[in-house]
Write a protein that binds this ligand. Sequence first.
Ligand code: NDP
Ligand code: MG
Length: 388
Amino acid sequence: MRKQKITILGATGSIGVSALQVIEQHSDLFEIFALTVHTQKEKLLTLCLKYQPKFVVISDELSADWLKNQLDMNSKTEVLTGPLALSEVASDSEVDIVISAIVGAAGAIPTFAAAKTGKKILLANKETLVLAGKLFYQIVKESGSLVLPVDSEHNAIFQVLPSQAEHIKNIILTASGGPFLQKPIEQLEEVTVKEALNHPNWEMGAKISIDSATMMNKALEVIEASWLFNLPANKIDVVIHPESIVHSMVRLIDESVLAQLGVADMKIPIEYCLAYPNRIKSGAKELDFECMSELHFMKVDKKRFPTLNLAYQVLEKGLDSGCILNAANEVAVDLFLKNKIKFTDIYALVVDALNYFELEQYNDLETLLYKDNVVRQKTLELATKNFN
Ligand code: NDP
Ligand code: MG
């Protein structure tokens, strides 16, 4: 059988690295076509030497020139840069699979390019669906693209989803609760960046780690689930499960509950999507039931995690509210990471941005990305005005 050719968008990230680890174990099935990064040129050089992709993409021209100089004249790898390059390597006719693992709305344009050209898309970049889920699925329907969820909760649901939609009562996304599940609420204001980045179960990039600490990650995931599984807000629940062993559940109309379990390792969902509908080894550790004495489940405390409500508001209001939520959150998280605002200001700033903007209709991604930009500027202004 011909090897499947893969483009990884965001190859130096936490998901990108896990994906490469799975692919490496199955070099008889897959080969790397293109790898893209934002700034990490040294890491990209190492990846070029190891995988010899046909193309690599790096965001700025100086880094691209540096990389070209480092690569041997006989290197098979072509170095690309510039705004169109990401979409080119995501939509190239040679590519079979695109792993969408850029963080933030920056991942939307190349993910759309992959969808337009009917690729099999392994979707980690949940922001694409929060920003533009409706448009994305219009395109997916037209092109016949296959979208598979990498996000562990959605992957779990996908693994156990019944074939008949009318059998689903609801889906239950599990949430670890992040590093501040037990911290007294009045102390949340003063938590440091280092504490917020310190997720108890998962090793992830900075943005999603902060989103997990505020529970905005689960809010984004509720919206993501609504688009992926075509479910209304009232069929999507969230339960806290601090051990991150049960990755999510589907409750059926006869009160059976189906769950997927496993160690907290993104190689499992990535493997499932890569091989789907087959299964191959992921390289993750075995789940050891003897070491796992207790599993806990509890209700989400909305006072501790007010962000979760925002997902349900966005699903109810529709229009471009997801775009506003996502852009304001990206700005707020960035300001927190730079020590410019407090941890609790993240939620407050996102709410200020949501309250500021009128919701609008949109018919294309360009309109949404224009709004995304406007929201980012305004959120920065609001931060200076309200949180200094
Ligand atoms: P990381 O921050 O670890 O990696 C992000 C990747 O995207 C890096 O390769 C980075 O390049 C690249 N990148 C960042 N900004 C840009 C940009 N503006 N243009 C082009 N490339 C860019 O993120 P994660 O791997 O943690 O997350 C990636 C996506 O997957 C997110 O949407 C996240 O929500 C989702 N996800 C992640 C999970 C996880 O376990 N990490 C679990 C479920 C979903 P460089 O390294 O050069 O900066
Ligand atoms: Mg998740």
